[in-house]
Design a protein around this ligand. Structure first.
Ligand code: GLC
Length: 730
């Protein structure tokens, strides 16, 4: 047998062994959970389903064994070897609750939107593995990460915690992070299930969306993330769906998540997201989180009494306990218990992981006349705004990770939650000064005229513009705040060699765009963000990010030009009608309406050039395989993100096209590579509410190879046979 066949046999044998091991682990986890539940007393079952906030709050002390400053704690059952659940936020790293006396210092990843902007599941996994390691070494065995709510609105304050507007990109990237976290024997959540796509009125907003539209948008993102990440837990969201709170929504939890998708993990509530005992238990909630955030300890004595009175079948309580224990066994919480040993954290290696992720997600939006990468011939460079002399911005709220020595920019933003505003101590100015011989002069940018004067006297001006976004509050518009647009315009008028670096959590408008030479979207770039920015600006690394969300020209282009609920008195109930756009979220809406955005989904420039060829689409295994070649035709190593969009010839979908797949290729100068993208079959289908199945219609489909939603390169059509498959299949 020749070498390559031998290798093939070895690879197949290894894959089979791995799958068997995973299947065995799952069966084993079920068996161990069944055995444990049988041994539990009713009181012990209640212990497992009732969680506490693990920080002293509003006069209520945290449980003594809970880790100070953490998000949650659930008692264990020592006699059965069941550890306590020590729960930490979130998807950017080991966070500390703002109410905590002494914030823990840990490594911050770039914002999750920056990770999504890498379009690189390996980057997602590596980042998850890093923060999961810090969680485990901080004594945590549950990490409230996995933010997968779609970016339906660029004003959503938590867009920085999510993965953008597309369900496939979201599912793949969030699934990768979850797998990374769980590789440390730490359960990761997937959150916030579902349709928590704005912060305004988050506790009461009532979302309306037809089921087929939801299945092909928000729910598809969650479904793919579950398939790829296997999260031990799903966190149900605060909002209501068709009048019923998500955490007591039988349709979402029992019918979709546990029924159609066959989810075997457990559903925990968001902190303050539980509103009942019997309805919530019967609707599929498995654990109340964060007492005393709720109005009542619904899943404590009241649940036990409901079971004793027969209002909640004992089998349901057993199922709750089983799901929690199954996830704990399946993800190694008993076999590899987390211990508080932060001295074992390799912070320097972790900073490099964070930096690599930031570099992989920084997006070069504009670059006229090759103003970037920066040459080392400038004598004076003006650095303006964004506290670029001190550090880089991060997003606010429960995901807040605190830097060594505290924020280098103290006392900015709200003193209470979701503030204060925290910067990470990685100065873009210092990082640039370490690489270029120019003289750097910093100005805070608050006085536009003074900043312009400095720019006029400099060879180059780099303006850092920030937009602080945070949990619990939305932006009222998508403009840069605090007069930064005026400063950028004044600087650009004074020096045509002006570069703008954005540190934002969401898309923003750029009225000065035509006046500046280059624009870079660095998002919230994490612990080593300044270094990452400098390496991209100087071309040490290619600009490798691509937009995970459309940048609108202005709010009038949005399905809801005015954010629902904005300005209503606290507690006023209102609904949010996602049927306006349905599944046509983001670029799909722009395509459907024929709108031209400021920058398109998938957009991002490179410092090198690529050529694309040999596009071929082949129907196979109920979907379509798309192969093509990419060549780096430039003089620099670089990263390409070829995107494959699919369209049904003759229409009939929610929008003209959908992202069907992509690849990310690091190619040396002159290197060429063939690649194949397998289209997720659900992206060739529509979800049929009547038959409750995905349906691919027989016919012709157009397969477009592109470098952005608005940048097609070539296309082929392919005939695809009809196919129907179950809601939970693909
Ligand atoms: C918050 C957030 C959730 C977080 C939890 C614990 O309100 O919605 O994302 O994990 O409570 O802090």
């Amino acid at each position: 047998m020749n070498k390559s066949n031998e290798l093939k046999k070895l690879v197949i044998a290894t894959a089979v062994a791995l799958l068997c091991a995973q299947a065995h682990a799952a069966d084993n986890a079920d068996a161990r959970a069944t055995q444990a539940v049988a041994a539990l007393t009713p009181d012990e079952k209640i212990k497992l389903v009732f969680g506490y906030f693990s920080t002293d709050f509003n006069g209520t002390k945290k449980p003594e064994p809970g880790i100070e400053g953490a998000a949650g704690f659930v008692y264990g059952i020592e006699r059965l070897g069941i550890p306590a659940q020590q729960i930490t936020d979130a998807g950017i790293g080991v966070a500390t609750q703002p109410a905590a006396k002494t914030p823990r210092v840990r490594t911050a990843l770039p914002a999750n939107i920056a990770i999504a902007a890498s379009w690189n599941p390996d980057t997602g996994f590596a980042g998850g593995a890093m923060i999961g390691n810090e969680a485990h070494l901080s004594g945590h065995n549950v990490m409230l990460a996995g933010g997968a709510d779609l970016q339906r609105d660029p004003r959503n304050g938590r867009n920085f915690e999510y993965a953008g507007e597309d369900p496939l990109l979201t599912g793949v990237m969030v699934g990768a992070q979850i797998r990374g976290i769980q590789s440390n024997h730490v359960i990761s959540t997937l959150k916030h299930f579902a349709y928590n796509d704005q912060e305004t009125g988050r506790f009461i907003a009532d979302v309306k969306i037809d089921d087929p539209a939801g299945r092909m948008s928000d729910l598809l993102g969650f479904q793919i993330a579950i398939e790829r990440g296997n999260p031990g837990s799903v966190m149900c969201s605060y909002n209501r769906l068709h009048g019923t709170y998500a955490c007591e929504n039988d349709f979402l939890l029992n019918k979709v998540l546990k029924g159609d998708w066959g989810y075997k993990g457990y559903v925990m509530s968001d902190w303050g997201g539980t509103h009942s005992t019997i309805p919530a238990a019967l609707a599929g909630l498995d654990q109340q989180s964060g007492w005393p955030f709720d109005k009542s300890p619904y899943f404590n004595g009241a649940l036990l009494e409901s079971v004793q009175n027969g209002h909640v079948p004992e089998a349901r309580l057993n199922d709750m306990a089983h799901r929690i224990l199954r996830s704990m066994y399946a993800h190694g919480l008993m076999d590899d218990p987390a211990k508080v040993q932060p001295e074992r954290i390799d912070y320097s290696a972790h900073a490099k992981t964070s930096q690599a992720a930031a570099e992989d997600g920084i997006v070069l939006l504009k670059n006229d006349n090759g103003v970037l990468p920066l040459v080392d011939s400038y004598k004076t460079i003006a650095i303006i705004g964004g506290h670029a002399d001190a550090g880089v911005l991060s997003g606010g709220g429960s995901s807040q990770v605190y830097p060594e020595g505290g924020s280098p920019v103290p006392n900015e933003g709200p003193a209470q939650f979701p503030g204060p505003i925290v910067y990470h101590r990685s100065s873009p100015l210092q990082a640039l000064a370490a690489r270029l011989h120019a003289k750097f002069v910093y100005h805070d940018g608050k006085d536009a005229a003074a900043a312009a004067t400095l720019a006029a006297g400099s060879d180059l001006a780099i303006v850092f513009a920030t937009q602080w976004t945070a949990e619990s509050v939305d932006q009222s518009d998508i403009k840069l705040p605090h007069g930064q647009d005026a400063t950028i315009a004044a600087v650009a008028a004074a020096n045509r060699k002006t570069v703008v670096v954005l540190e934002t959590g969401s898309p923003v408008t750029m009225p000065w765009l035509n006046a500046v030479g280059a624009v870079v979207e660095a998002w919230y770039p994490g612990t080593n963000g300044g270094e990452a920015i400098a390496r991209v600006l100087t071309g040490e690394v290619d600009a490798a990010g691509r937009l995970p969300a459309t940048f609108p020209a202005d709010e009038s282009q949005l399905p809801r030009p005015k954010l629902d609920g904005l300005g209503l008195p606290e507690g006023t109930r209102f609904s949010v009608d996602y049927n306006v756009e349905g599944a046509a979220v983001g670029y799909k809406w722009f395509d459907k309406k024929g709108l031209t955005p400021l920058f398109a989904f998938g957009h991002g420039l490179s410092y090198t050039t690529f050529s694309y060829g040999k596009l071929k689409a082949t129907p196979a295994n109920g979907t379509v395989n798309v192969s093509f070649n990419v060549e780096n035709t430039g003089k620099r190593d670089g990263k390409a993100v070829p995107q494959v969009y699919v369209s049904r010839v003759g229409g009939g979908w929610e929008a003209p096209k959908r992202l069907g797949g992509w690849d990310k290729l690091a190619l040396r100068a002159g290197e060429s590579r063939d690649t194949t993208v397998v289209i997720d079959p659900r992206l060739l289908a529509v979800f049929d509410g009547r038959s409750h199945t995905w349906k691919i219609a027989a016919g012709e489909y157009k397969i477009t190879l592109a470098t952005a939603a608005d940048a097609p390169l070539s296309a082929v059509t392919v005939k695809v046979p009809a196919r129907a498959f179950a809601a939970g299949a693909k």
